[in-house]
Structures are given as structure tokens and as C-alpha cells.
Design a protein around this ligand. Structure first.
Ligand SMILES: [Zn+2]
Length: 365
């Protein structure tokens, strides 16, 4: 449904006396509406176009509507800047273990006695990955671990050169065989539940925890350094990417975030955002997820079906469901906003998506 023109579904006509976020007034919105040819205050039914607002809309603008400004980023969510000329930032996480990041994506490399293991190669900065390794050692890259199959995390692996051993979960192999993508060579070593990579004096423990963010997404744990990497699940300081980072199994996603908290790491690497995380970050996200689940469940229960639906649409079951789901999501967003709007960076960017994903999961999973 992300591709649907939500402006037409959803636009609300704010009252002139109530300023929206960032100080934009209802007058400004009305002018935009007028400019876009959207009729307002029209008494006849204007099929397919924006009508009056649902009752009790939250202050965060819905999907498909341009906000005047997004909410400011809390200081806690930020990390040291990336030198533009360099294109990446290197951070030592423990003996021989480094994070490489462009402050949007994150990958790891680990140096052992005769070589280097790389975990993920995001195309965003993969052209610089060899240079990042060369800052630390002249040893060759002998192994690459794929956290999962997604192009945005591993699609730069061929930039690393050589013929490294490619390690991944067997589901990742299945998906990459299907994708048949030259940017993502098929793994040469796969496993089902657990796999320990011991090279020289360095150890990485790989484990699979089922579906959540798709199939084949693994935990990568360095027991000596107490560093856990698990990608697209926890976003330290930030709202998770929309729809729980596009989780294919929302329930599995919730279970895996709780599982991350049970790993005895001191440093968490989530594959995204600008900084590494701690257990406090994982618990904050868990608290948000718990609140979100409760808000969506309550909204599903307390929102009456069929209200605020034009009488002409009563015989259209899709329209009835759309109207209901929109009002459920609106109530969910409204419930969560006071507590969370300044606690997770980017709250306003994805909160509608999270409420839609949550209410859907609660209805059908
Ligand atoms: Zn992914």
C-alpha cells in the first residue's frame, strides 16, 4: 500500500486556529490544497478526493503528506562526523575488530594472524572498504560474512577483490541463487543453526534465530570483544526503519529484538544509523515496541467500524476496511506521540508506518 496516493486517502484540513508542527498554519496548508486543486468545504461528494479530516487526527502528518519540517534529532542519536574526503569512519571495537561506517550503514572487519574477515559490504561505501582495512593491516581479506541477503548490505562485496570464502545462512544462499545477481555472489560456506568461525586467535560465533527481518538474517558475535552485530533489527537512538525495518514476520522481529538483549555484549552494531549501541538502546526500543503494541491493540478494540464513512461507500468493503484501518492508525499515532516524539530520532518519519504494520500484525498474525 506504500505506493497508493495517500494524499487522496488521507488529507486532513486543519483548522486555521491550530498551528501544525513547525509552526505551519492551517492557512498555509489550505493554500497548498487550493494550489493542488483539492476541493475543500465542498458540500457534494467528491469521489476519490480528499474530504474532511478524520476526528482526532494526531499532530504528526500522515504518510504521503509533506511535513513543513521533521522533528529535530536528539543529541543522543548522533555520532562523530564522517570526513567527506574519506567517505567512511573507522572505529575500534576490541582487539583486531573494527566498525566501518558512513554514518548510515555499518559493517565490520576483524584482523587475525594471517588475514581479515569482513562482515557485510554495503555498496554505499564498499569502494572504500579496502582502503579502510589497509589503514590497519596489509593482510588480505580471506573471508566475507553476509549478515543477510539484502543488496543494500552486501551488494558491494565484489569491490573487495580476491576470492574470499563467503559465509552465510543457508536461507541466504537460497535467496541469492534465486536473485542470480552478479553483485551478490552465492555463499561458499553455509550453516543452518550455528557456525563458529575460528581463524588464528580470533573467533566469530554465527547463529540463526528464525524469520524476522526476512529469512537468513543472522547474529554475528565476537565473544572476546563482546561485540554483537545483528542487522536491521535494532537502531540505536533511532526509530526502526519503517514497518519494523520491513519485517516479513513482525512477531519474529519482536522475539529477535528481545533475544538481542539476552546476548552478553557490551557493544551492539545494528548495520544502520551513525553510532553503535548498548543494552540501554535495545531496551529503549523494546519499551517503544511494547508501547506500540499496546496502543495498536487498544485502538483496534476501541475504534468502531464504519464511522466517518460516507453512506454511499457502505456497500464497498474495501472502503470500510480502509476507513477503519486509517482511524486505528491515527489513534495509535496519537497515543504514542507525547511520550516518544523526542525519545527516538526520526519518530515522526516512520510512526504511521509502524502503527499500520502493528495493527495489521495484530489482526492477522
Ligand atoms: Zn535488510
Amino acid at each position: 500500500m506504500d505506493g497508493t496516493p495517500l494524499l487522496t486517502k488521507f488529507f486532513f484540513a486543519p483548522r486555521v486556529d491550530r498551528p501544525l508542527r513547525g509552526g505551519v498554519s492551517g492557512v498555509a496548508i489550505a493554500l497548498v490544497l487550493a494550489g493542488a486543486g483539492v476541493a475543500s468545504g465542498c458540500s457534494e461528494v467528491n469521489a476519490g478526493q480528499a474530504g474532511a479530516a478524520y476526528k482526532d487526527m494526531p499532530s504528526v502528518v500522515p504518510i504521503g503528506v509533506r511535513p513543513d519540517r521533521y522533528l529535530p534529532i536528539p543529541q543522543d542519536a548522533l555520532a562523530p562526523e564522517v570526513e567527506p574526503a574519506k567517505g567512511y569512519r573507522l572505529q575500534l571495537l576490541g582487539r583486531g575488530l573494527y566498525m566501518v561506517t558512513d554514518n548510515a550503514y555499518q559493517s565490520l572487519f576483524m584482523v587475525y594472524e594471517t588475514g581479515v574477515i569482513v562482515v557485510d559490504a554495503p555498496p554505499n561505501y564498499s569502494a572504500n572498504l579496502r582502503r579502510a582495512v589497509a589503514e590497519v593491516t596489509d593482510l588480505p581479506i580471506t573471508h566475507v560474512i553476509y549478515s543477510h541477503s539484502h543488496l543494500d548490505h552486501i551488494g558491494g562485496v565484489t569491490d573487495l577483490g580476491g576470492r574470499p570464502v563467503l559465509v552465510a545462512h543457508e536461507q541466504t544462499k537460497r535467496l541469492l541463487l534465486r536473485a542470480n545477481d552478479p553483485r551478490r555472489p552465492v555463499p561458499t560456506v553455509t550453516f543452518e543453526d550455528q557456525h563458529t568461525l575460528k581463524l588464528g586467535s580470533q573467533v566469530l560465533e554465527l547463529s540463526y534465530h528464525g524469520e524476522g527481518h526476512g529469512h537468513g538474517n543472522i547474529f554475528i558475535y565476537a565473544p572476546e570483544q563482546k561485540v554483537l552485530m545483528a542487522v536491521d533489527l535494532v537502531f540505536p537512538g533511532w526509530m526502526p526503519w519503517r514497518r519494523f525495518a520491513l519485517a516479513t514476520d513482525v512477531d519474529g522481529y519482536f522475539r529477535q529484538v528481545a533475544e538481542i538483549d539476552r546476548v552478553p555484549f557490551t557493544t551492539f552494531v545494528g548495520g544502520h544509523v551513525s553510532r553503535v549501541g548498548t543494552h540501554a538502546d535495545v531496551r529503549l526500543q523494546l519499551e517503544f515496541m511494547t508501547d506500540l503494541k499496546a496502543a495498536a491493540a487498544d485502538s483496534l478494540k476501541s475504534t468502531p467500524f464504519g464511522e466517518e464513512l460516507a453512506p454511499e461507500d457502505k456497500s464497498n468493503p474495501w472502503a470500510g476496511a480502509d476507513n477503519y484501518i486509517d482511524r486505528v492508525a491515527a489513534k495509535c499515532v496519537k497515543t504514542l506521540t507525547p511520550k516518544w516524539k523526542s525519545r527516538l530520532a526520526g519518530y515522526d518519519v516512520w510512526i504511521w508506518d509502524q502503527c499500520y504494520a502493528m495493527e495489521q500484525s495484530l489482526r492477522i498474525d
